[in-house]
Design a protein around this ligand. Structure first.
Ligand SMILES: [Zn+2]
Length: 310
């Protein structure tokens, strides 16, 4: 009886341990959506300078009219003249529509359409598109620090199914985690060479400046890239990003207020560059302490006008 109890305790520990490991690389796990999203309650004091900007931007369900403008930085900006990505295209489908985050600078929408079409030519059935930006960009209540200027998009590692998905499938379908449980490589049970070709296709688009993937995925890309490695420098390791990859496009030429991010170093980022990411402390360490939420004072002044407009 005692032995049985001990065995049970050990089993429970093992289960808890592997659950923790799962949580670790799924820090940005794809959460289910909703068939009946509730509007957010009105803010008590929307004009208080301490009001987190994410509370204001999350309450805007329509874009700011006028010409497209990506304003400020990817981590501290907003978006005017946003356009939505159509929920269903010939080679893509928008996931989690209840989040209302399928908005972007028109250049991002055009990129996604182009990328979906080019990916199809490599044999990828179609894109499942995760978060882009909110209708007016800005910080979000959950899941991202970037995605603020309508120039970022998350693409699932799951290929699009052959049918037009129902609302239920889009809200509750789960994304494929392509990283092995020990976090040291991709999971050969789900990773395919088609994933490499998919990321290569995105990276080769001239509008793309950076792609973020889990370090285990970067390691696989380094191994599978072959002779043509010029695109690899754009693909950078980051925490999480095991169920989707994050694509960032450049500030459009007509967005004079857009603050460009420093491009990645031109080296391919393979080999020694990846060692840091596979140290125990990095694999299992928290990505960073959360910063205090941005207020409107931390965004370009134009963003205040954009989020305050009806
Ligand atoms: Zn992202």
């Amino acid at each position: 009886m005692r032995a049985a109890a001990r065995l049970l305790a050990v089993l429970m520990l093992v289960t808890a341990g592997s659950a923790a490991a799962q949580e670790k690389h799924l820090i940005d796990r794809t959460r289910p959506g909703s068939l009946d999203p509730k509007p957010l309650p009105p803010l008590q004091n929307p004009d208080a300078p301490s009001t987190p900007a994410k509370e204001l931007f999350a309450r805007k369900s329509t874009p700011f009219p006028g010409p497209p403008r990506s304003i400020g930085g990817y981590f501290d900006g907003c978006l005017a003249g946003a356009m939505p990505l159509q929920a269903t295209g010939p080679t893509w489908q928008v996931m989690r529509p209840s989040r209302n985050r399928n908005w972007g600078n028109p250049q991002l929408v055009r990129f996604i359409e182009r990328f979906a079409n080019n990916a199809k030519k490599t044999g990828w059935n179609g894109l499942l598109v995760g978060d882009m930006s909110q209708p007016r960009g800005g910080p979000m209540l959950s899941d991202h620090t970037s995605h603020q200027v309508g120039l970022d998009v998350d693409i699932w590692f799951t290929p699009m199914p052959d049918h037009v998905q129902s609302r239920e499938e889009r809200e509750f379908g789960s994304a494929t985690d392509v990283v092995a449980p020990d976090l040291r490589d991709v999971d050969p049970k789900v990773w395919t060479h088609a994933h490499t070709e998919l990321i290569r296709t995105a990276a080769q688009d001239p509008a793309v400046i950076r792609i973020l993937v889990n370090a285990a995925i970067k390691k696989a890309l380094c191994r599978e890239a072959g002779a043509d490695r010029a695109w690899l420098f754009k693909v950078r390791p980051w925490y999480g990003h095991a169920e989707h990859f994050h694509v960032q496009i450049a500030c459009p030429a007509d967005s004079a207020e857009c603050k460009p991010q420093r491009p990645p170093l031109p080296s391919d980022g393979c080999g020694h560059d990846l060692e840091f990411w596979f140290q125990e402390s990095t694999l299992h360490g928290p990505p960073s302490k959360p910063k205090p939420p941005l207020t409107l004072a931390g965004l370009p002044p134009a963003c205040k006008q954009i989020v305050k407009a009806p």
